[in-house]
Ligand binder design. Structure first.
Ligand code: ADP
Ligand code: ZN
Length: 304
């Protein structure tokens, strides 16, 4: 994007905090404001307070915790739909801000935002087909193909795949829906529930990591089989905090694939499965790119 690219407002809506950003890219960030996530009414009011002050931006992008309505033509577009976060189910965000500011609005999951940002400016820069995986409070995947989010009926929910269990392991897991799905076995809270202390207090040599690597390796196996990603970018508090996991994930992925679908790109595991490059900026910058996509689609911004 050039220096003359228009300023876009981005909102990364997270479970504990919201980041509002006015920028055209990482080289031009005019302002960034953090707001704690409280009730929907209070939080969105505070977001509007920030955006009102910035009015004049060319487009707005929102990257939200999910599940969210992303089908532009559906009644629930722009809404946080059925979340376990108290008081946030069926909350309209996209249409409300679209009405208020009258600019093109892009709306998607935080992980798709992060995938777009990592593919433009981060650990997958220059690649059009990327998966971003967050391993944090939850486990989520954002898939981008041809520079666009891979959307159909709705967004991916690949954190809830049921993995084949680690030999001898019958722990029930913590997902309220599936128990021992990927998220129920390998998210930060899952690790904490299994070992009885926070994931950050677990030594790299602790055997509990073996099960985590085995579980995440199967998620990577599945991502390879979609045929989409040319690179898988791993982020989130557990991955960035416990980097010893990364080589173990690559091994677990290769073991699980057992030689199948091992294209040279995949076989070069060190460049195929990588750590996120943008850190905490992936979310806000992803929101900017969602705004940019909406702006280009509506013919109000030039293609970058
Ligand atoms: P969120 O998913 O809510 O955006 P994060 O991506 O920051 O949040 O992930 C939070 C999770 O990461 C928590 O469950 C926490 O226990 C875990 N975590 C944070 N630091 C570390 C660390 N150094 N090692 C392992 N896990 C960590
Ligand atoms: Zn689940």
């Amino acid at each position: 994007m050039t220096q003359s690219a228009p300023l876009i407002a981005g909102v990364e809506l997270g479970g504990t905090k919201v980041v509002c950003i006015l920028a055209s890219g990482p080289d031009r960030i005019e302002e960034e404001v953090r707001i704690p996530t409280t009730s929907a009414v209070e939080t969105l009011g505070a977001v509007e307070g920030v955006l009102d002050r910035w009015a004049g931006f060319a487009a707005l992008g929102i990257a939200s915790f999910g599940p969210v309505g992303i089908d532009r033509h559906a009644a629930d577009w722009g809404r946080i739909t059925v979340t376990t976060k108290p008081g946030w189910s069926d909350t309209d965000v996209g249409r409300r801000l679209e009405r208020r500011y009258g600019v093109p609005v892009g709306f998607h999951t935080d992980v798709v935002g992060a995938a777009l940002a990592e593919a433009r400016w981060g650990a997958a820069a220059g690649l059009a087909d990327v998966a971003y995986v967050t391993v944090g409070t939850g486990i989520g995947v954002g898939l981008v193909a041809g520079g666009m989010p891979v959307d159909g009926l709705t967004h991916q929910e690949l954190g809830h795949i049921r993995p084949v269990r680690f030999s001898g392991d019958d722990w029930i897991g913590v997902c309220p829906f599936h128990g021992a799905c990927i998220e129920g076995l390998a998210s930060g809270p899952a690790i904490a529930a299994r070992v009885g202390r926070k994931a950050e207090e677990l030594a790299p040599g602790d055997p509990a990591w073996d099960g985590v690597a085995h579980t995440l390796g199967q998620l990577l196996h599945t991502l390879v089989l979609t045929g989409v990603p040319r690179r898988i970018v791993m982020g989130g508090g557990v991955m960035t905090g416990a980097q010893h996991l990364l080589p173990r994930l690559r091994e677990a992925m290769a073991r699980s694939l057992a030689g199948y679908s091992m294209l040279p790109e995949v076989a070069q595991a060190e460049s195929f499965v990588v750590l996120a490059g943008l850190g905490a900026q992936a979310g806000p910058l992803g929101a900017i790119l969602l705004g940019e996509l909406a702006c280009v689609e509506r013919g109000r911004c030039e293609d970058a």
